[in-house]
Ligand binder design. Structure first.
Ligand code: HMH
Length: 207
């Protein structure tokens, strides 16, 4: 039996809710988030996005050619995003030359593990990772002014449309995937939900 991305969301609402709703984000909305918490998120997410860019490059290498346009668009956006992180860090006087915290390290290692998986698994993981931020930054609604630029980066309509294209590509790959690959795609979805939740908590715990 095949399933789609939206069926994964329907099947695992609690895991997904924990990935996308967190006191960290509520604190960005209310303005009560502390600089130490926000800055930890910013620096660690920059380090994550470097590894995520490498992951997306590996997904491109496995993709059918008719999926290139969306993935290359994603890589181009990631290039701009890495530069944007550097600008943000400079404004906040943060150094980006720092070690990954264990939670960030774990997520990055998981991205490397996905290198050995087939395209349907990778495409599902890619979609889940982007959807997580698209929803997480959008769900709280209008954020405190200092954080609006951040919520807009992942919550804006173009990013939402990009995530919908990733969903279509993942659905098409899942439709013809072997049962074992579909099973692995589901496991990857749940693992990503778990790692997203931990990533918010890592930043929230900073003092
Ligand atoms: C932790 N998940 C994390 N960081 C990001 N930048 C994304 C997803 C990408 O959208």
């Amino acid at each position: 039996m095949t399933f789609t991305c939206s069926e994964l969301l329907e099947k695992h609402p609690q895991a997904w809710q924990q990935a996308t709703v967190h006191p960290f984000l509520a604190g960005c909305k209310s303005g009560t988030i502390q600089d130490s918490q926000f800055d930890t998120w910013l620096v660690q997410d920059y380090l994550f996005v470097i590894e995520f860019t490498r992951f997306v490059a590996r997904v491109l290498a496995n993709a059918p050619a008719d999926n290139f346009e969306i993935i290359l668009g994603g890589l181009s956006a990631l290039k701009a995003e890495l530069n944007w992180f550097q600008t943000q860090a400079k404004e906040r006087k943060l150094t980006l030359e720092t070690d990954k915290q264990p939670t960030c390290q774990e997520y990055c290692e998981y991205l490397e593990e996905l290198a050995d998986k087939s395209y349907p698994v990778q495409a599902t993981a890619f979609w889940a990772i982007e959807l997580a931020y698209n929803q997480a930054w959008q769900l709280p609604g209008k954020m405190s002014p200092a954080y609006q630029e951040f919520s807009d980066r992942w919550g804006n309509p173009d990013f939402t449309e990009y995530v919908q294209f990733l969903e279509k590509q993942a659905d098409r790959a899942l439709f013809t995937a072997k049962p074992s690959e579909q099973q692995q795609a589901q496991v990857a979805f749940l693992q990503i939900a778990h790692l997203e939740k931990d990533f918010w908590q890592m930043a929230f715990n900073a003092s």
